[in-house]
Structures are given as C-alpha cells and as structure tokens.
Design a protein around this ligand. Structure first.
Ligand SMILES: Cc1cc2nc3c(=O)[nH]c(=O)nc-3n(C[C@H](O)[C@H](O)[C@H](O)COP(=O)(O)OP(=O)(O)OC[C@H]3O[C@@H](n4cnc5c(N)ncnc54)[C@H](O)[C@@H]3O)c2cc1C
Length: 483
C-alpha cells in the first residue's frame, strides 16, 4: 500500500472534483500521491446528467436531467472550469429576458422588478404589483424599522421571513423561491445553513431592505454599465461538459461500476508518535482496497452505512440528515404551436396554490442553445417537500398531469414532440434547523483519515460541492505531508 494513497468514493461533481484537487495538490507539493476514485453506476457525474436529442434542426435539444446551471456569484465552479480549460464553453443565462413569474390565484404573475431575492429595492414596481396585497406590502415595509436579532441562534426560514417581512412575503415569495431551491419545507429549513447572508445583512444593516439597497448601490458602482455576467452559468453543450472535462483530465485509478460496500479497520500504522488506522474497503467486484485516507463523496445515508461499524456515533448523526426525492419532466414543442410568449425564465409555484407540480422552467428562453431554431423546451419540476406524492405517479400518468398543469397555467394545448422524465430518489439533502451543528458533530466524530464532503453538508449547489471537495482534498493531503 502506498502510504500516500487516497480513496474517493462517489463519482459525482464532488468526488470528481476531490480527485482533481488531490491530483493538483500532489503536483503543487511535488509529492507522490496516488488515488482511486470509485463510482457505483455506469457513468460519471452523479446528478449532473445532460441528454441531447437530435433530428429536429441544425442543433439538438439539450436536456438537463439534474442541475441546469450554477450560481455565478460563488466562484469555485467557474474557477474549476477555467483550470480545466473549458471557460470558452460558458453559457450565461439570457439575462436580457430574465423575469420570474410566481403563480398567484392560478395565474403567472411577474415578480416585481427590483425584488432582490426577497426584499423590494424599487418602490414603484413593488407598489404596482398584484402579487402582494396592500397590507402585505405595508408589512414588508416594516422591515425598515424592526430591530435586528442580534444572537447567532438558528431559526427556520419561515420564522425569519415572518419576523422581518411578514406572512405574505413568506407565502408568495420566500417559500416558492428560497425553499424551492432546496426542495425544502420553510417551516423546517435552517436559515443559518441555507441563507446565512440574510442574517448577516440583518445584523449589519438592521434591515433586509436597507442591506439590499446598499448591495445594489455597490454593484452599480462596481459595474456602472450593468455589464455583470449572468447570475447563473451553464456550458454550451450542457452541464455534463464540466464532469466530462474533469474525468478526461484525471490521471489516477478511476473505476466505474464499482460500489464501496463495507469498511473496516484492518491494521494500525505508527505515524510519528501516533497510531493511525489502515482501512480495508470491500468492493462490489469482490476485491478490497487498503488505504489510510478515504473521502466519502456520497449521500450521507450511504456514508452512515459505510461507517456504521468503525464510527457508530458519526453514522448515527449522518443518518439524521433527511432526504427528499424529486423529479423533472422535460417537454419539447414546436415554437409556433405555443401561443404563450415564454417571456421569462419560468414560473415558481407557492405551496398555497396547491398544484401538483412545483415549478416550470422555460429552458429555451433561460438559455440559448437549448432547443433548435423554431422549437421550445420546457421543464416541469415535481416531488420534493411540496408534492412528494407525485414521486409515486407512474410515467404514463405523470405526462398528462404535466400537460394539464401547463395548459391551466400557460394555455398550452399542443402535444409535445417528445418528453423525458427523470426521477431522483432520495436526492435532495434537507438542511433542517440545527444542520450546521449536526455537520460539526459529524466532522468531530470521524476517525482519523476519513472525510465526508459534498451536498449533504455545507451547500448543495455545484460551486459549494466544488469548494467542499477542494477543501477536503487539501486537508487530506496536508495530513500526510505534516505526518
Ligand atoms: C433535479 C435537480 C436539479 C438541481 N439543480 C441544480 C442547479 O440548477 N444548480 C446547482 O448548483 N445545483 C442543483 N442541484 C443540486 C446538485 O445537482 C447536487 O447537489 C450535486 O450535483 C451533488 O453532487 P455530489 O457529487 O455531492 O452528489 P451526487 O451527484 O449524488 O454523486 C454521488 C455519487 O456517488 C455514487 N455512489 C453512491 N454510493 C456509492 C457507493 N457505495 N460506492 C460508489 N459510488 C457510490 C452515486 O452513484 C453518485 O454518482 C440539483 C439537483 C437535482 C436533483
């Protein structure tokens, strides 16, 4: 066994990035480090999955089964893409056509211009909006005067928004937009784990509206022509460009179709004055791997089962991270068969509207290159905390439901040219109140040389996964270099 060997379990964006940063760190430090990357399925990328459908024009449809973009403001995914040499493939959102609609009394209603995340920053469009009642607007305005909470105790997103902006802002904006991102239940969702920035803004400026206005002003000063890059970025050929480029540039031992099944301590090694464990990982092909460093980039319930024997306390806390399941239906149409202007990025649906779907993205407006000329691509989201029962609906019943919802909300009666349904079982970790304390407890109870990283812990977005992978890789390698 090479004492400088790291085993990475899980070939999603986190595992692939961890392997990349182990490789980079080894080169940077000029040390001989080897690694093995294990992925149980027959493809790399995990939830990043792009499908192309040709035959309808000069360009194919590009359909995302999982993420369709990443938040540009968080730099780590873009930085990784630059390191991999694929920055020329960046595809920012079509921000000239940015408009979010919120379903209100069954009708898509524009989110008023100037509402940044949650707080209004332009008075006139906000006052003119039909989305919030006059009393609701007044209540949101009280944010300017309500004293800030000064402690660092966690609370739910619902409690935070009710406290600062009132119930209507929660129902109409925060719940569909902010809980929607996490497929979460606002009544359980931790503000400190999902939107800590709001609490920091409250503390610093005394009010969310004041903080958003200050942010807007400093952005305008930094970019007076308003030429900031798109808020979200994808890649021209689709999100899989990132995971494919990663895989192509990994030079280590990368094994597809191999599942890590069981983990035990095989032996102990003296490192300086300390005894450190040598782990034996049992794999699905019957082979074993001896290793002293393991990065688990898999869902937390998988890490829990792998760690059950050697770290029962960590396993117990890992099991407390809840997951929900989600799915999407992508539908392709001839553009002239849809009367709707598709004049925005799509519709988010508050829980209070009691629909069978959670949101619709107008993919071919949100991005160029997603449908051939003369065609349109839409994506319907279901499941999660909002409509969990939809996960049990069979494919042949799901399609008519998606079509009926599109007809009622957007008047679409055309039959789609084709559709694709993707289901992600136990896919979305839930950052319930107290999440950060749970993660700290997990990290504190891991045995030496074992790391857990990725979407279950410190951010579900792709940039967060890349950052966590990088931090973990650097930490894992530093362990030996110091030893
Ligand atoms: C429908 C959907 C839409 C999303 N949209 C966005 C978006 O627009 N923007 C954004 O930033 N994020 C989005 N996300 C979230 C983001 O996609 C995920 O958080 C991220 O891709 C998770 O990456 P990961 O590598 O941590 O986990 P995963 O992608 O789940 O990868 C884990 C891998 O581990 C493998 N594995 C599991 N067990 C074992 C084992 N025992 N041995 C070996 N391998 C194993 C699995 O097969 C899998 O490939 C979305 C998620 C979903 C489901």
């Amino acid at each position: 066994m090479n004492p400088n060997h790291v085993t990475i379990v899980g070939g999603g964006i986190t595992g692939l990035s961890a392997a990349w940063y182990v490789q980079q760190e080894a080169a940077r430090r000029r040390v001989d480090i080897t690694y093995t990357l294990l992925e149980q399925s027959d493809r790399w990328g995990g939830k990043i999955l792009t499908e192309t459908v040709a035959g309808y024009g000069a360009r194919p449809f590009i359909i995302e089964a999982g993420p369709d973009s990443f938040l540009s403001q968080k730099p780590w995914a873009a930085q990784l893409a630059r390191e991999l040499g694929i920055a020329d493939q960046f595809l920012p959102t079509n921000d000239g056509r940015r408009q979010t609609f919120i379903l209100h009394n069954s009708r898509p209603t524009p989110l008023p211009d100037g509402v940044m995340l949650i707080a209004p920053t332009k008075i006139k469009p906000f006052l003119q909006s039909r989305l919030i009642s006059p009393w609701g607007k007044l209540r949101m305005g009280l944010d300017w005067f309500i004293p800030p909470k000064t402690d660092d105790d966690d609370e739910t997103l619902a409690q935070f928004i009710q406290r600062r902006l009132g119930q209507e802002a929660l129902d109409k904006i925060a719940e569909p937009l902010l809980s929607g991102i996490y497929n979460a239940d606002a009544e359980l969702q931790s503000i400190m784990a999902t939107f800590p920035r709001f609490r920091a803004m409250e503390k610093e400026h005394g009010s969310l509206i004041k903080a958003m206005l200050a942010a807007k002003k400093s952005r305008a000063q930094a970019s007076p022509n308003g030429d900031a890059p798109g808020m979200f970025t994808s890649f021209k050929p689709g999100m899989e460009e990132l995971t494919q480029a990663l895989r192509e540039q990994l030079t280590g031992d990368c094994r597809l179709g191999i599942k890590a099944e069981r983990l035990e301590i095989r032996d102990w090694r003296l490192t300086g004055d300390l005894q450190s464990p040598i782990y034996q990982l049992h794999l699905s092909d019957g082979s074993t791997l001896l290793t002293n460093t393991i990065i688990l980039a898999v869902p937390s319930f998988i890490s829990a089962s792998l760690l059950a024997d050697i770290a029962p306390q960590a396993a117990e806390t890992l099991r407390q991270i809840r997951y929900v399941s989600t799915g999407t239906v992508s539908l392709a149409y001839k553009r002239d068969e849809i009367d709707h202007p598709l004049n925005g990025f799509g519709i988010v649906i508050p829980r209070s509207e009691r629909r069978r779907i959670n949101a619709v993205t107008w993919s071919s407006t949100k991005f160029e290159h997603r449908a051939p000329e003369g065609f349109a691509l839409l994506r319907v989201f279901f499941g999660g905390s909002r409509t969990p029962e939809m996960m049990d609906v069979a494919d042949d019943a799901l399609l008519p439901i998606a079509q009926a919802e599109l007809q009622q909300m957007m008047g679409i009666t055309a039959v789609p040219l084709f559709h694709r349904i993707y289901r992600w079982q136990n896919s979305n970790p839930q950052y319930d109140v107290g999440h950060l304390e749970r993660v700290a407890a997990i990290e504190a109870s891991l045995p030496p040389g074992i790391f857990v990283t990725g979407s279950p812990y410190r951010g579900v977005g792709i940039p967060d996964c890349v950052k966590q992978a990088k931090d973990t890789a650097v930490q894992a390698v530093s362990n030996w270099v110091i030893a």
